[in-house]
Structure formats: C-alpha cells, structure tokens
Write a protein that binds this ligand. Sequence first.
Ligand SMILES: C[S@@+](CC[C@H](N)C(=O)[O-])C[C@H]1O[C@@H](n2cnc3c(N)ncnc32)[C@H](O)[C@@H]1O
Length: 246
Amino acid sequence: MHDSGLEGVISSEGLARSSASVSELLTILPQQSHATSDGLLKLSFSHELECIPRPVSVSLFVDASPGCGGLAWPAGQILANYLVQKGPKYLENKNILELGSGTGLVGLAIGAFSGMKIWITDQAPLLSIMNCNIRLNRLESSVVAAELNWGSPIPANIPRPDIILAADCVYFEPAFPLLVQTLSDLSDSTTDILFCYKKRRKADKRFFAILKKKFEWKEVLDDPHRHIYNRESITMIRLLRRSNNL
Ligand SMILES: C[S@@+](CC[C@H](N)C(=O)[O-])C[C@H]1O[C@@H](n2cnc3c(N)ncnc32)[C@H](O)[C@@H]1O
C-alpha cells in the first residue's frame, strides 16, 4: 500500500511527512501500483457492493508535462472513492460533469456504472491525457472529454449537468472568480455539486468569500473516512446554488 507513486503525489502536496495521519490517509486512498515505469498507474477501489465489479479498477496514464492536472491528486482519489462506495444508484440516469478533471480519474472511476453519461473537462493541454485514459479504460461509450475553461462561456455541446464534480480545484487565486462563474453558469438550485478540496493557504478563504455570493455549502457527512482526510486539510462539501444571489 505504501506505493512509491502515491508517495510521489502526496509528497508533491507537502504531505509526505512521517506522521500517523499520512499513514492513515494512505489506507483509505485506492490501492495503487505502477504497472510500468512509463507513467501507467493502476488504482483499485475496494467496496462492498454486489452490483459493480469488485474492485473497481482504473488504469491511469499520468504525466506531469501538461501541468499539475496530469497527476492523480489525493482529493480526486477521495472523491472517486466516495462515489464508488455510494454506487450507481446515486448517479443513475444523470448527466454528470467534472470540472478540472486532469487525468479524468473521478469520471473514469464511475464511468463503468450503467445508465449515465459523464463529461470530464479541463483546459486544452489536458485533453489528450483524458482521451488516452478514456481509451485505456474502454469507456468511450460513457465518458466524453471536453475543453471547458473556467470563466468562459459553456460550450454548446456540453449538456446541462444534474451533478457537478470537482476535486482539488482551489489552488490558484486568479482562477477563483472564474471557477465560481463556471459553477454558477452550469447550475441552478436543483444541481447537486460535490466539491472536494484541500486547504493549502490563507488565500483559499478568498475563494469561499467569492463562492458565498452565489452558493451555500455543507460538509458531506456520510463518508466514514472523512475524519482521516480532514486531518490532512481535505474536506468534501456539497454546494447549493442560492436562489437569490447576494
Ligand atoms: C490540482 S489539479 C486536480 C486534477 C484532478 N481533479 C485530480 O484531483 O486529480 C487542478 C485541475 O484544474 C484545472 N484547471 C485549472 N485552472 C483551470 C481553468 N481556468 N479552467 C479549467 N480547468 C482549470 C487544471 O488544469 C488541473 O487539471
């Protein structure tokens, strides 16, 4: 379980201290193994459900060259793990859109559940890694990669989502208002938005100050692992679009 690849991602987050909480965090992240030295990562999500393959496995090509999104970040692994544990019922017949998908990890982890279409989106340099990972997991029929730049108009080919997913998207201050704008453009009061983030610096507060104008939020409490990742400053929240903006 203490795989060097995972340690690598965690260490780039500044988490690789020899602390008890990091060891605990490693126990809840999906099992990982580097199949080869060429950047192919295998993630296995174990769960108790009868209706989906056990474990749910995702092959992930990771590559830091297109930017930070080319790696699998802990918040993405935590959100993917939460959705796998919840199982297909929550996602059935929903249009699902992930923002800042990077490698596509979260969308790919739920891509094999039936009855839904998932849009994994990011900036143009990440499109080839997302498409490569869709093909690698043979999910062409359920997962679509698309360019979606926060703050830009939503491309006409992207349908309005019922569920929006976002992991580790709060890290670059100039992008804060752009991300809030896109969340707002894509949602109404019925949209379910799951947002998993890591608090890194004081400036992150500014994101929540901007967010507050259009959204309320509450912590997701039904993840039994939350006490472990909370200790590493990772939190999962559900955003609710305000009907009357402040
Ligand atoms: C830290 S990575 C997280 C990637 C992935 N969600 C995960 O958890 O592994 C943040 C992602 O946000 C994307 N991103 C940053 N600014 C963006 C913008 N203005 N428009 C769209 N995506 C953006 C990056 O390209 C990157 O893939």
